[in-house]
Write a protein that binds this ligand. Structure first.
Ligand code: FES
Length: 123
């Protein structure tokens, strides 16, 4: 039997994440308050700090959505910048090559956890 590391923070069951477009969690990262985006894409779970590098807004600030109409790219609802869901890399000219900050995840027995050392889960 695998023993879970005590620093892992439970997010939700993987099956639950697979059935919703995304979820968010309030966290602190290195003692700074932040929001985390968590979503299922192309067979895997991904998480990023919910902070667009363009004008420092959450991707879902204007709309309760984080994907563009194709479902292939993350899209900030403020000015429409798009990001690669697998790398967080911005595909829009102004921020081309910059990346959303990725958060490490771990799956264990159907449950999804944050596996970041300096992350505290607030809700
Ligand atoms: S704040 Fe995200 S695209 Fe402008």
């Amino acid at each position: 039997m695998t023993v879970l590391h005590p620093k892992l923070k439970a997010i939700c069951p993987v099956a639950q994440l697979q059935q919703q477009p995304f979820t968010t969690r309030n966290i602190t990262l290195k003692n700074q308050p932040a929001s985390a985006l968590v979503f299922w894409f192309d067979g895997s779970a991904y998480s990023y700090v919910n902070h667009c590098m363009h004008m420092h807004r959450p991707l879902n600030c204007e709309q309760d959505a984080i994907f563009d109409e194709t479902g292939n790219y993350l899209r900030c609802s403020m000015h429409g910048f798009i990001f690669d869901p697998k790398t967080g890399e911005c595909q829009s000219p102004v921020c081309l090559g910059q990346r959303l900050q990725a958060l490490r995840l771990q799956e264990h027995e159907g449950m999804l956890y944050f596996a970041e050392k300096h992350l505290t889960l607030l809700d």
